[in-house]
Write a protein that binds this ligand. Sequence first.
Ligand code: 4NP
Length: 167
Amino acid sequence: MIPALPPAAGTPYRLAFVCLGNICRSPMAHVVLEEMVNRAGLAARVAISSAGTGDWHLGEPMDPRAAAQLVGSSYDPSAHRARQFGPEFCDQDLLLAMDHANLRDMRAMAPGLRKDQVRLFRDFDPLAEPDAEVPDPYAGGEKGFVEVLHVVERTCRSLVTALEAAL
Ligand code: 4NP
């Protein structure tokens, strides 16, 4: 379930995806969810962002292999620039981490995070086992990026359903 909505009605629901480098997994999820939220007519009610716990790629566009997968499925990756996660993300309604290491790092980098603010992204994947991660595709080949897009599309569809019910 999506955590309870903030009391201030009229403000968008703030959701951020977090991975390690913010050039592969979390920006893919960001672009896909944004597109699905637009199509669902929820664009004004959901504010989406993404960040990485690492600082190696700050300001860079998406990894070309991630961007190629998105373009191949008619998404537009061009606006993305990598950002780093930090305590300023404590104002988000929901933070979705791609793996357990991301979760641990986020709690260390932003000790003010509430427990119910942070979840694993694949908690919303209808086909995932409990505690499933999105495998890091960075050091592998194209196949890993194909798999990430499958997981991301399936999980984002279920996230949109949850958002539609909650908002
Ligand atoms: P991401 O993938 O966390 O899905 O963006 C990575 C990108 C870069 C690195 C590791 C993972 N890196 O070590 O630079």
